[in-house]
Design a protein around this ligand. Structure first.
Ligand code: GAR
Length: 218
């Protein structure tokens, strides 16, 4: 284990493709963070298999075995602290977190959400975007606050909504960008270049000087 790296715990409920993007980024010796634990609430979640293959310790904490959200969250919290986790990444973790848990990791927990927040919170974001007729959609990495899909925005990527898109086509286009911005966001944090200032994140990094415009001007 390299010294000085940010010790990250990842919470995932599903296929874990974002977890994989983080695992791949951390495989670079120069990456300033390491994943020390992966936790899931879903038995058989492929995310757990991805972690095992990468040699990362895993935990399965089944929410159904707890009498309340708070009790489940307390078990998750204890597991993360036991593993020496300093920073939490939610990667497709499909459980609402209690206010107490979120406050306990305030400023030390980020989430990836498949929309350009604050648009399209909650589930079925791609169907929501199609229904709304927006021309640009995307994904967001944000610090986690107690309200659903709320918190200072750290990174976003936009994709065009194309004629004939289905929710699945759009989801695939967005997911590709999720895999780009999640490692980027974690790097910015681990390098101390992303700092929460009230409700916004101040970032010390070069920015692309060009807007994404859709449709393309003739
Ligand atoms: C991702 O699209 C992620 O943004 C979304 O779940 C998917 C998980 O995919 N998360 C949310 O909707 C949370 N509000 P993955 O398991 O392949 O990373």
């Amino acid at each position: 284990m390299a010294a000085g790296k940010l010790r990250v715990g990842v919470l995932a409920s599903g296929q874990g493709s974002n977890l994989q993007a983080l695992i791949d980024a951390c495989a670079d010796p120069s990456f300033p963070a390491e994943i020390v634990h992966v936790l899931s609430n879903v038995e058989g979640a492929y995310a757990l298999e991805r972690a095992r293959r990468a040699g990362i310790p895993t935990a399965l904490i089944r929410h159904r075995e707890y009498s309340s959200r708070e009790a489940f969250d307390a078990a998750v919290d204890a597991c993360l602290r036991e593993a020496g986790v300093e920073f939490v990444c939610l990667a497709g973790f499909m459980r609402l977190l209690s206010e107490g848990f979120v406050r306990g990791w305030d400023g030390r927990m980020i989430n990836i959400h498949p929309s350009l927040l604050p648009s399209f919170k909650g589930l079925h974001t791609h169907a929501q975007a199609l229904q709304a007729g927006v021309k640009v959609h995307g994904c967001t990495v944000h610090f986690v606050r107690p309200a659903l899909d709320d918190g200072p925005v750290l990174a976003q990527a936009a994709v065009p909504v194309l004629p004939g898109d289905s929710a699945d086509l759009l989801a695939a286009r967005v997911l590709e960008q999720e895999h780009r911005i999640y490692p980027l966001a974690l790097r910015l944090i681990a390098e101390g270049r992303a700092v929460v200032d009230g409700d916004v994140v101040r970032i010390d990094a070069p920015h692309a000087g060009q807007a994404l415009v859709n449709p393309v001007a003739p």
